[in-house]
Design a protein around this ligand. Structure first.
Ligand code: LLP
Length: 463
């Protein structure tokens, strides 16, 4: 969720809640910096273009709704993260944010590693040729088949999330005659200032082994006794859409303290530390995320300082950004179907998608912005709520936004920053087929993930 988002929970306010009045932007045709991918511009006739391709052509060729992914922007973000962390650190893209074969190839070409958290994500990674040693497997309840597959292909690391899993991975490795590299996922007890559902390091939740009370230390003890496991480090992931580095500071401090305890108890210095993902992006003009180099500098500084005070050699650092790489690369293009003004309140603008292609507004009360994309307009601002076509009043895409007052059926609107956790969390609610993902670059557009059809849905219905 956006930093400016409201607290979680249903809200029935039918006007902008007090204290949350955002005045209309001076220019409704302007594109807020940071919220849009780098090649998005408005052409002379007011049409939005991305990667040199106009949105009207995209809508005609691929239909709406459509996720439009700016390939150059994706690659540039990968390069920025790689360059920021340098050769003595690893950047694992978190595939859960959005994964398809083309993305895996781009990651490979740009020198990133990949974090997967299911057999399905692992299958995509392998199908697209990611070298297994550059893949990490996560998950709080990995199946026997997932563990077996990961060990047999030789993934670079499995992040152990529970005591049960230690034995499961060890037995699979023994059976397959391998020594599996593993990390222990420590729950560091940090409250990330984000929505409860996407905060992951406070202790009262399902992920990881708590530092507090000694679970993580006990996991290390057990792993070190097993010949089929090679313990390479400790992992921490504190949550998502985080702007403040303070949480990482506390996490690094506690993880390094565990490394020092491990050295004191077992005489081994673990060579790796992974601080997870979770870096925030701009969903609206009010959000002000940090650049990768600022994040890298801050994390390196924190880890170096903590290690110096514990007299430890600085371990190899890794991070797992998902949203920060793919989020801003994509916007969703919709066609307006109906416009319903409610005097004194707002205007409901219905589009041809909704909570099936973006569940984040309904689920996390996330904030998004929206612009009229097929043309510019000189009409005045109209307080709008962009809603979908699903049979549910919570089917909201953009809760509060200003659109030009002349917005009309047939117009195209674009919702930016939908690259992360939108297609990845899309559903078939109401038997609505999921939209395609189209990549644009240098005036060309190509389908990466095709639109689902009603036939696809019927094919699963075998009764
Ligand atoms: N590493 C681990 C171990 C994770 O669990 C996650 C996200 C990441 C990295 C990547 O986090 P990112 O940099 O993308 O924030 N569906 C929610 C987000 C759930 C994130 C789950 N884990 C949303 O739409 O906001």
């Amino acid at each position: 969720m956006s930093r400016s988002a409201h607290p979680a929970g249903p809200r029935h306010a039918d006007v902008l809640p007090e204290g949350h009045y955002v005045p209309p932007p001076r220019d409704l045709n302007a594109l807020a910096p940071r919220v849009w991918s780098r090649t998005v511009t408005r052409g002379a006739d007011g049409e939005l273009t991305v990667g040199g391709v106009g949105v009207r052509r995209l809508a005609e060729e691929f239909g709406t709704p459509v996720y439009v992914l700016d390939e150059e922007d994706f690659r540039a973000r990968c390069r920025a993260w790689r360059a920021a962390f340098g050769e003595d650190a690893d950047v694992f893209y978190a595939g859960k944010a959005f994964l398809c074969r083309a993305v895996v190839r781009w990651l490979h070409e740009e020198g990133l590693n990949l974090d997967v958290c299911s057999g399905g994500e692992l299958a995509v990674a392998l199908a697209a040729g990611m070298p297994p040693e550059r893949i990490a497997l996560h998950g709080n309840n990995k199946s026997a088949a997932e563990i077996e597959q990961a060990v047999s292909v030789g993934v670079g690391r499995i992040v152990l999330d529970s005591f049960e899993e230690i034995g499961r991975v060890a037995r699979a490795a023994e059976r397959l005659g391998r020594r599996q590299r593993v990390q222990v996922r420590a729950t560091v007890g940090v409250e990330a200032h984000t929505h409860e559902f996407i905060a992951t390091a406070h202790e009262d939740q399902k992920f990881g082994l708590a530092l507090n009370g000694g679970q993580a230390a006990e996991a290390v003890r057990r792993v070190l006794k097993l010949d089929s496991l090679e313990l390479v480090g400790v992992h921490s992931h504190i949550g998502s859409q985080i702007f403040d580095m303070a949480g990482f500071e506390v996490a690094a401090h506690r993880v390094v303290r565990l490394l020092a305890e491990v050295r004191d108890e077992h005489g081994v210095e673990l060579p790796e530390i992974d601080l997870g993902g979770g870096l925030g992006i701009a969903y609206t003009a009010e959000d002000d995320p940090r650049e990768p180099w600022e994040i890298a500098e801050a994390l390196r500084e924190i880890v170096t300082r903590e290690c110096a005070s514990a007299s430890l050699a600085v371990p190899r650092l890794s991070v797992e950004p998902g949203r920060a790489i793919v989020g801003p690369t994509t916007f969703t293009l919709y066609e307006v179907g109906t416009v319903k003004p409610l005097a004194g309140l707002r205007t409901y603008v219905s589009v041809d998608g909704g909570m099936s292609d973006n569940i984040r507004t309904a689920l996390y009360d996330a904030e998004y912005s929206v612009v009229l994309a097929s043309r510019s307009s000189q009409a005045g601002p109209m307080l709008s709520r962009v809603v979908g076509k699903h049979c549910e009043s919570g089917d909201i895409v953009v809760r509060d936004a200003y659109l030009p007052a002349d917005v009309a059926p047939g117009d195209l609107v674009a919702v930016p920053a939908t690259g992360a956790y939108c297609r990845a969390m899309a559903s078939n609610y109401n038997h609505v087929p999921r939209p395609p993902v189209v990549a644009v670059r240098d005036g060309q557009a190509r389908v990466l993930v095709r639109r689902e059809t009603e036939e696809d849905l019927l094919r699963l219905d075998v009764g």
